[in-house]
Design a protein around this ligand. Structure first.
Ligand code: G6P
Length: 614
C-alpha cells in the first residue's frame, strides 16, 4: 500500500505528480505529500487526508519546479497526520525520500542514527532511510546513488523509494525490494517513477519494471541506469504498456465501483477471448498449457490468496474438484506462509491476486518455490511482481480496477478458474464430451447474461433502500454459492461498514440463527440446482424466526418468491456458472447501501487496494 510517484524533466513537475497521486490514491489515502525541486530550493507540501487536501493547500503556494516526488499514504507506523506524511527530509533539508513498504529494523537503525546526532521529526519507519542515506553520503563523501546502494545493505524489510536531492537537481534515485516500482521513459528526455503504470500511461507507454534489489538512476544528462545493490549494471528491459488511458477514467459513472460493476459483461468477455470455442470444442489457457499435465499429476493444487481473491479461489476449489477430480486446497496466504506447511515438488501452488503485489501472497509463493513446488499465478495487473516470479500463469484481462472493493476482478478470476477446471477435466477425461460442449456454449453466453442481471439495477436500488440502516446482515449459500455469500458479505462490510457475515446455508443452525430477528436481513443465493431444496428449507428456518429474506433466484422461480421478502432474478445457467451471475446483484446491493449511508464507495475507510505490507 501507499502510492509513490515522481517526475523529472522539462515540464512542471508538481501538477504531473499531483495527478499521479490521484491515480494512485486507491493504494492509500491517509495523507499525501510532494517535494518539488525549484533551482536551489527543495520545497515540501504535506497534508493529512486525501490528495484533494494537499491540492487545496498547495494552491496557495509556489509549486514550480521540474523535479518532484510525491506520496499517498496508508499509515503503518505513526498516525495519519501532516508530520508523518511523506516525503521526509534529511536534517539539513537537502534530501527528501518517499517510501512504500515497511522497514522492519527501523527501531535499531533509528537508535543508532540518534547516537550519530540525527533528529527525527516523525514516527514513521521511513524517516530512518533519509537519515541513513544522508549519513552514509556525508561520512564517505559519496554520490546519492552510491549512498542509497550502501544504505540499502543495512535495511531489512520492503521498500520502493525515490530520493530527490538539492545537490543533484538533474537526478532522481529509486530502488525497490518487495514493493513495486515502474520507471516511465518519457518522449522528451523526461522520466517518471511510480508504484504502477497508471500515473505514467498518459505521457508514455515505454516502461521498465524494476526487479527486487535494483536501483534506478534517472538523470537528465545521462538517461536511465539500472544496477543492483551488489553494484552490477543491468540493461534496462523496456516494455510497451498495453493499457489505455480511458480505462483509468470514470467514463460518465458516478464512481469507479459502479463503472467496474457495469464493465463485467466486457471484462468477462475479454477474459474469455481466444480461450474457448464451443463450435470447435476446445478450451485453452495458453499460459498454463505446458503445466496441465503437472497439475493433473500433482498431489494437490494449493491455491493461495487474500481477500476477494481468496473467495474466487474457493469457487475454483468447488469447480476443479468436481469437474477434474483433482485435490484442491485453498489457503489464506498470510496463514500459509507462517504455519510451516508441508509442501513438496509434487505440489502445484497457484496464487490468485488482482494486483499481483499482495505481500502475503507473494511471500507464500516464494516459500512454495523454495520447497520445490511448481508455482503458477492468476493476476490482473500485467507485469506485476507475482506474474513475474511464477513459473507460468495467466492474466484475467479485467482491465484496471480502481475501486478499492474488488468487483470485475473477482468475476474475471472466477472465469479463469472455470476455464481451468474445464480444461483440466477435458484433458483428464473426467467430463463427457457432451457435458464439455454444453458447458462451453453456456460459458459463451455468460457475458450476455451478466448484461441481463445488470438490468435489475433499479429493483436492487429499491431493495437496498429498505436495508440501508440495518446494523447486521447475513449471507447464505451452498456449494459454489457459499463463496459468493462470503464475497457478498465482504463487499457490504468493506464499503458500507455494516457488520456482515457469509455462511454456508446449513451452518446457520450452528450459531448465526441465534442472531435472527425481524431486523436481520438475510441474503440467500437460492438458484436452481442440486441444493435448491435444501436452501429452501434454510429460508424457511429464517422466516420462522421473522428474518427478512432477500433471495437471488433463477428467472421464473415461484417457490422462493412466495417465501421471500424480495427476490432478484438472474437468468438460468449451469450450476457451475451461477457464481458469475449471482455475484453481480450482491455487488450492486452493497454499492447502493453504501451510497445511501453516505460512505465513500471507492475509497472506504482504513482500506487499500494493494496490500504490499503483511
Ligand atoms: C485488499 C483489497 C481487496 C483484495 C485483497 C487481495 O484487501 O482491498 O479488494 O481482494 O487486497 O488483493 P489482491 O490484489 O492480491 O487480489
Amino acid at each position: 500500500m501507499c502510492g509513490i510517484v515522481a517526475y523529472i524533466g522539462k515540464k512542471q513537475a508538481f501538477p504531473i505528480v499531483l495527478k499521479g497521486l490521484k491515480r494512485l490514491e486507491y493504494r492509500g489515502y491517509d495523507s499525501a505529500g510532494i517535494a518539488v525541486l525549484n533551482g536551489e530550493a527543495l520545497n515540501m507540501f504535506k497534508r493529512s487526508g486525501k490528495v484533494a487536501n494537499l491540492e487545496a493547500y498547495a494552491m496557495e503556494h509556489n509549486t514550480e519546479g521540474h523535479a518532484a516526488i510525491g506520496h499517498t499514504r496508508w499509515a503503518t507506523h505513526g498516525l495519519p497526520n501532516d508530520v508523518n506524511a511523506h516525503p521526509h527530509f534529511s536534517n539539513d533539508e537537502s534530501i527528501a525520500v518517499i517510501h512504500n513498504g515497511i522497514i522492519e529494523n527501523y527501531d535499531t537503525l533509528k537508535k543508532k542514527l540518534i547516537t550519530y546526532g540525527f533528529t527525527f521529526q516523525s514516527e514513521t519507519d521511513t524517516e530512518v532511510l533519509v537519515h541513513l542515506i544522508d549519513h552514509i553520503r556525508k561520512n564517505d563523501n559519496l554520490s546519492i546513488p552510491e549512498a542509497v546502494r550502501r544504505a540499502l545493505h543495512h535495511v531489512e524489510g520492503a521498500y520502493a523509494i525515490v530520493v530527490i536531492s538539492k545537490d543533484n537537481p538533474n537526478q532522481l534515485v529509486a530502488a525497490r525490494k518487495s514493493s513495486p516500482l515502474v520507471v516511465g521513459i518519457g518522449n522528451e528526455g523526461d522520466f517518471f517513477l511510480a508504484s504502477d503504470a497508471t500515473p505514467i500511461i498518459e505521457y508514455t507507454k515505454r516502461v521498465v519494471y524494476l526487479n527486487d534489489e535494483e536501483i534506478a538512476v534517472v538523470d537528465l544528462n545521462e538517461g536511465l541506469r539500472i544496477f543492483n545493490i551488489g553494484n552490477q549494471e543491468k540493461t534496462p528491459f523496456i516494455q510497451k504498456l498495453e493499457m489505455e488511458l480511458e480505462a483509468l477514467e470514470k467514463g460518465g459513472y458516478e464512481h469507479f465501483m459502479l463503472k467496474e460493476i457495469h464493465e463485467q459483461p466486457r471484462s468477462i468477455q475479454d477474459c474469455l477471448r481466444g480461450r474457448l470455442n464451443s463450435n470447435e470444442g476446445w478450451v485453452a489457457l495458453r499460459g498454463l498449457l505446458d503445466y496441465e499435465t503437472k497439475m493433473i499429476q500433482a498431489k494437490r493444487l494449493i491455491i493461495v490468496a487474500c481477500g476477494t481473491s481468496w473467495h474466487a479461489a474457493l469457487v475454483g476449489e468447488y469447480l476443479i474438484e468436481d469437474l477434474a477430480r483433482i485435490n484442491v486446497e485453498v489457503e489464506y496466504a498470510s496463514e500459509f506462509r507462517y504455519r510451516n506447511p508441508i509442501i513438496s515438488e509434487n505440489d502445484v501452488v497457484i496464487a490468485i491476486s488482482q494486483s499481483g503485489e499482495t505481500a502475503d501472497t507473494l511471500a507464500a509463493l516464494e516459500l512454495a518455490k523454495s520447497k520445490g513446488a511448481t508455482i503458477l499465478g492468476i493476476c490482473n495487473v500485467v507485469g506485476s511482481s507475482i506474474s513475474r516470479v511464477t513459473d507460468a500463469g495467466c492474466y484475467t484481462h479485467a482491465g484496471p480496477e480502481i475501486g478499492v472493493a474488488s468487483t470485475k476482478a473477482f468475476t474475471a478470476q472466477v472465469t479463469v478458474l472455470t476455464l481451468m477446471a474445464l480444461s483440466l477435466a477435458h484433458k483428464k477425461g473426467t467430463i463427457s464430451e457432451s457435458a464439455f460442449h454444453a458447458l462451453l456454449t453456456e460459458i459463451e453466453d455468460i457475458p450476455g447474461k451478466v448484461k441481463e442481471v445488470l438490468k435489475s439495477n433499479s429493483i436492487i436500488e429499491k431493495i437496498a433502500a429498505e436495508y440501508a440502516e440495518a446494523p447486521n446482515a447475513l449471507y447464505l449459500g451452498r456449494g459454489s454459492s457459499f463463496p459468493v455469500a462470503l464475497e457478498g458479505a465482504l463487499k457490504l462490510k468493506e464499503i458500507s461498514y455494516i457488520h456482515a457475515e457469509g455462511y454456508p446455508a446449513a451452518e446457520m443452525k450452528h450459531g448465526p440463527i441465534a442472531l435472527i430477528d425481524e431486523n436481520m436481513p438475510v441474503f440467500v443465493i437460492a438458484t436452481k440446482g442440486n441444493s435448491y431444496e435444501k436452501v429452501v428449507s434454510n429460508i424457511q428456518e429464517v422466516k420462522a424466526r421473522k428474518g427478512k429474506i432477500i433471495a437471488i433466484v433463477t428467472e421464473g422461480d415461484v417457490n422462493v418468491k412466495e417465501m421471500a421478502d424480495h427476490v432478484i432474478e438472474i437468468p438460468e445457467t449451469h450450476e457451475y456458472l451461477v457464481p458469475l451471475l449471482a455475484t453481480i446483484p450482491l455487488q450492486l446491493l452493497s454499492y447502493h447501501i453504501a451510497l445511501m449511508r453516505g460512505c465513500n464507495v471507492d475509497q472506504p475507510r482504513n482500506l487499500a487496494k494493494s496490500v504490499t505490507v503483511e
